[in-house]
Design a protein around this ligand. Structure first.
Ligand code: ADP
Ligand code: MG
Length: 286
């Protein structure tokens, strides 16, 4: 790959069609459904996510974006369907095992986590998602070595996200932008190969969104991480994504490179046309 971050080309020849095959898919989804009562929240017949790319998932409120994330990461059960992560069949796998295979999603900082320090939040993310607390109790001598490794990883992430001066502060005292960075750092504690970010910019002041976006791009460029993110801000989507998937009523109604998506009639009809305050499609692509 070239040093030029704009030269990400593996998707250049991929057709902008729902369910289209990718040259190197890290995640493959087949016929995944999830219903709540009579409501079909997710109904994805086929979707592939390219390894090492940033894929944006867009669509109206209630389209099933969060539910799809939950199902794929083991936090919710599908009604039916199969999916493969890095060639490994993932259905029926609990979340901690999905995470161990390298697929994680971020979570909003809860009230309980707000009462832990920034460092404790990271330490808990490492042990909690891997179920290592049990191992540690059985193999005491290993514990301190493992604890040191966790601490080392936490320090690394605190430095990267410039949160190191806040390590001993309660997470609840962080600003909106710092919270989002902590949520991201928590997901990265287990050194995943793919992260799913559900509205990573929500509630962040505009001055900080650019820095958040830059961090996400760096994850792709410097670590080869595969990123899938849900976002309503079309400037952010256009700015950093290599590929955009549009979900409506649980189904993939369109996908393609970001330049193509703003003018896609299905996307305008289901999403962009209904968004308040959204500029017309031609402005989105300019
Ligand atoms: P999005 O993230 O795209 O806004 P969601 O995945 O949150 O959409 O929701 C998809 C649909 O499923 C919505 O109609 C929502 O009301 C419904 N839904 C989501 N979670 C539940 C749940 N736990 N119980 C019942 N309905 C739900
Ligand atoms: Mg959602």
């Amino acid at each position: 790959m070239s040093d030029d971050t704009t030269a990400y080309t593996p998707l250049a020849d991929v057709a902008a069609e729902p369910g289209v095959a990718k040259p190197d898919p890290l995640l493959k989804v087949d016929d995944v459904t999830r219903a709540f009562g009579g409501l079909m929240a997710v109904d994805v017949s086929h979707l592939e996510v390219q390894r090492g790319a940033i894929t944006a998932l867009i669509g109206p409120n209630g389209a099933g974006k969060s539910t799809l994330f939950n199902v794929l990461t083991g936090f919710d059960r599908p009604g039916s369907g199969r999916w493969w992560f890095d060639g490994k069949k993932m259905a029926h796998m609990p979340a901690y095992r999905v995470a161990r295979h390298g697929l994680v999603r971020t979570f909003q900082l809860t009230k309980a986590l707000s009462r832990l320090t920034v460092l404790e939040n990271l330490q808990l993310a490492a042990t909690g998602q891997r179920g290592e607390a049990i191992t540690a109790a059985v193999f005491r001598p290993l514990w301190s070595r493992q604890e040191r490794a966790i601490r080392h990883r936490a320090d690394e992430l605190l430095e990267r996200f410039r949160l190191d001066h806040l390590r001993d502060e309660f997470a609840g005292t962080l600003s909106g932008g710092q919270r989002k960075l902590l949520e991201l750092a928590r997901a990265l504690m287990v050194q995943p190969t793919m992260v799913m970010l559900d509205e990573p910019m929500a509630g962040v002041n505009p001055a900080l969104t650019q820095s958040l976006l830059e961090h996400i791009v760096k994850l792709r460029d410097e670590e080869g991480l595969t990123v899938c993110f849900v976002e309503h801000d079309m400037d952010a989507v256009m700015g950093i994504s290599d590929w955009v998937v549009c979900l409506a009523e649980g189904q993939v109604i369109a996908e393609g490179p970001p330049q193509s998506i703003g003018t896609n009639p299905a996307v305008i009809d289901a999403y962009l046309g209904k968004q308040h305050g959204t500029p017309p499609a031609e402005e989105l692509t300019s």
